[in-house]
Every structure is written in C-alpha cells, then in structure tokens.
Design a protein around this ligand. Structure first.
Ligand code: GAP
Length: 438
C-alpha cells in the first residue's frame, strides 16, 4: 500500500488536500493523472449502467436537500456511530472498533488499555451540518448529503412522469457525498468527502429477489470487465444482524486490498422502505400504476451503491506490478486500456532531423481522440519507464524510418513488444485496441 501511495503522489495521481498547510486529514486531491483515471472509472460505470441500457436513466441532484428528506430516510435518527472519549488524551474513538485502532500516545496499546479511562459511549451523527442563508440558527440547518440515493427517491415521480420509463427501471447518479467518519484512512478508501456511483432499480414487489440476484452478478462482473483480477474479488452476503434498517438483504462486492478484504460496493434490497417513508413525510403518493395489469403498488428497490474513489483505488492497486525491463527493475501499472489515464505517449527518438515536429504533429492528431502525452527528454528507455509508471498502454516512437516512409513503432506496455504501423492507420488502430467492442 505504501508503494502505491508513494507512486500516486510522485506521478500525480493524488495529493493530500491543502498539503502546504500541513494537510487536511482524510481529504485528497486528484492530480493530473488521477483525475483522468477517476473520470475513466466513472465513465465506464455510466457507460454500462446508463448509456448502453434502455431501462436506466441518469440524474444529477443537488448536494443540499430539504432537511425533512433526512428525517424520512432515517439518517437524522439513525445514521450514527457509538463514540467514546479518552479522558487522558482527549481523543475520540468508535466504541465498536477499539481493537482496530492504536492509542495515539502508546501505539502498542488499544484505546482504553493505555491507562486512559474511556467515557460511556454516546451516539454521534455522521452527517455534516451547515446553514442555509445568512442566519446561523437551528431553523436554517441543512445537511451535506451522506448518500446520493435519497436524491433519486425524492425524484422518483419526476423521472417517471418525464422519461416514459416503466417498472422495472432504474435511476443512476454519480456525485459527492459527505460523512464525518470517525476513523477515515487507507488513502482514498475511507474519506469524509467522497464520490458515489449509485443506481436505484425499481421493481414490482415479488420480483425483488430475482433482480437482487441479477444485480449481484452484474456488478461483480463489471470490475472484472475492466481488468480487476478475479481472485481479488468476492461477494460477501451480510448476516441478518448486519443489515441496515431499510434492507431485506445486502451483499458487498469486496476487493482484496493490501490491508485486507474490504467493501467496494454494496448491493441492497431496500424494499419499499424509502418510497413509503417519503410518501408519508411529504404527503405525496409515490406508488406506481401498471397500465397493463391495472395494478397499483409501491415499487421495491434494488440498489447497487459503489464508491468512485474506492473503485479507483482498487483499479490502481490491482494494476500495480514490478518486473524487469532491459535488465532494470520497472514499476508498471497494467491498467485496462479503457481505465488507463493516458492512452498513448509520443516520442521522437532524436531531438533533430524533423523528428520532434513530426512527433508533435502525431501528438496533436491523437489528442483529438484521447489523453496523450509527448516526451522528448532523456533516453527512450527512460521515457518508456515514465509512461509504464502511469500505465500508458501504448508508446508511439518517431524515428529515422518515419521520416522516410511515414510509419512509427508502436510499443506495448505489458509485453514491451514493438510493431510498425503507418501513421494514417494509427488513430483507428489505437481506438480499436483501447475501446474494443465496448
Ligand atoms: N446508498 C447506500 C449507501 O450509501 P454505503 O455502503 O454506505 O451505502 C456505498 O455506501 C458505497 O460508497 C460504499 O460501498 C463505498 O464504496 C462508498 N463509501 C461509503 N462511505 C465512504 C467513505 N467514507 N469514503 C469513501 N467511500 C465511501
């Protein structure tokens, strides 16, 4: 994990937020390469969950919502963790996770075992609060959404009435969520500001178990489709006593991170809980009428809820590899071409004889299609290594022969094999290899 975090900083995947001021705990900024990586992850999700499906539509809701939303959803009353304070060091810990953390003063001990007395546990709400408008009083409190899902539920009727969808259908959203986590950590795995990729799939009650199984399989397959190794993925069904108050069943897609198997995504059968709660709290009828069967019901919801940052981290960790190139150790990120932040890098072999001009022309040609870099500094081997470290799948080299016959060498990141390609076929060849059959 340390190697990945170091590489991430060195090569511009992610930096600690406000680093020059000492950093802000658990907040991260994505750098020039990381922003492309994370965007590719989100685009792959959107492509497969919305663009190529006829039964799912997208939405993009405001982060701030009416405070009653969070009363109806159960977040005001129940989105809490039990906390204890250490009377000695004044630090605060999750009462149910004491053995997972170290005492800040005596790291070989857990809190409470270090001689410091712990207070009785109290419930602590994880929602961030702020004020709407110029007056900071309780009447103006609004919450930063802790999940994107509720924006979807409260728009159920709007989408139904405007999109000609019929149950079963889904509404998908990608967006920021905020949780005042007590023990954030492991790089971007658990942070206080993060991005979710959630989809609420509305089904007829009675058909929910079948759709639950369907989404379990779909979502597990999705990570493999973009290159995550199958041995690092598994499904873990929640025990009854682990289930959230709204869930009839829930399964986690877990990834084997260097710090252990951990949740990437939860797939839950949320029943009709949310729509019924919002119907009761808003006074609006959120039932669905099936014209064909003349049946009226409140749909059940199957929810695959993934984290964009966690998925990005899993792709990064899974791609990380070390091997040898030309007798020297190399770090290589073996990203799937669709996930790779930069798709190709263009190099002139020499900095003379018109090669840089030709290479820049090719760079501009490719840049119209996808992210591409140009590099003319240092030996060609070192330039390849730099691209391997950010996982660029293709290297395009302009050399002496290029100047004679308009062909370039195409170098493959994983095999390091090279082939010769005419420049006029370069764009189509690369697009085919990056996008495949989608
Ligand atoms: N709407 C259901 C829901 O929010 P969740 O399991 O709490 O369920 C879904 O969150 C996903 O969001 C998680 O599987 C995880 O990938 C991501 N996530 C949740 N909390 C996070 C945090 N503090 N930091 C990063 N990602 C987080």
């Amino acid at each position: 994990m340390e190697k990945v975090v170091n590489l991430a900083k060195r090569r511009g995947f992610a930096f600690q937020s406000s680093e020059i001021y000492g950093g802000l705990a658990s907040c991260w900024d994505y750098g020039p390469v990381g922003v492309e990586l994370k965007r590719n992850v989100k685009n792959a999700w959107w492509h497969d969950m919305v663009l190529t499906r006829h039964d799912i539509v997208g939405i993009d809701c405001a982060i701030l919502m009416h405070p009653r939303v969070w009363e109806a959803s159960g977040h005001v009353a129940g989105f809490t963790d039990p906390l204890v304070d250490c009377k000695k060091c004044k630090e605060r810990f999750r009462a149910d996770k004491l053995t997972d953390v170290q005492c800040p003063q005596r790291p070989s001990k857990h809190p409470g075992e270090c001689g410091g007395e712990l207070t009785e546990s109290r419930q602590f709400n994880l929602m961030f609060k702020t004020f709407m408008g110029p007056v900071e009083d309780t009447a103006n409190v609004v919450f930063m959404r802790p999940e994107t899902a509720q924006g979807i539920f409260v728009n159920f009727l709007n989408v139904l009435n405007s999109s000609r969808q019929k149950v079963p259908f889904g509404i998908a959203q990608i967006g920021k969520s905020f949780r005042n986590e007590i023990t954030p950590g492991n790089f971007v795995f658990r942070t206080r500001e993060f991005e979710q990729m959630e989809m609420e799939f509305f089904v007829r009650p009675g058909e929910d178990d079948r759709w639950y199984e369907y989404w379990k399989a779909e979502r597990l397959t999705w990570y493999g489709k973009y290159g995550v190794r199958p041995e690092n993925l598994r499904l873990r069904e929640h025990a009854k006593d682990e289930l959230a108050h709204y869930a009839k069943a829930c399964v986690d897609v877990e990834y084997q991170f260097p710090f252990g198997w951990s949740e990437l995504e939860g797939i839950a059968n949320r029943t009709d809980f949310d729509l019924k709660q919002h119907a009761e709290f808003s006074g609006k009828d959120l039932s669905y009428f099936n014209e064909e069967t003349r049946e009226r019901f409140v749909p059940y919801v199957i929810e695959p809820a993934a984290g964009a940052d966690r998925a990005t981290l899993a792709f990064l960790v899974d791609a990380y590899d070390e091997d040898e190139a030309e007798g020297e150790p190399r770090i290589v990120l073996r990203f799937h071409p669709r996930i790779a932040p930069v798709k190709a890098a263009v190099f002139p072999l020499l900095r003379k004889d018109g090669q840089p001009e030709k290479a820049l022309h090719i760079r501009d040609l490719l840049a119209k299609q996808f992210p591409v870099q140009y590099d003319q500094a240092g030996s060609i081997g070192r330039r390849y290594r730099r691209q391997d470290e950010i996982g660029t799948p293709f290297g395009v080299t302009v050399d002496h022969q290029t100047m004679q016959d308009d062909t370039v060498t195409l170098r493959h990141r994983d095999t390091m094999q090279q082939e010769r390609i005419p420049i006029d076929r370069l764009v189509s060849e690369l697009k085919l290899r990056i996008e495949g059959d989608q």
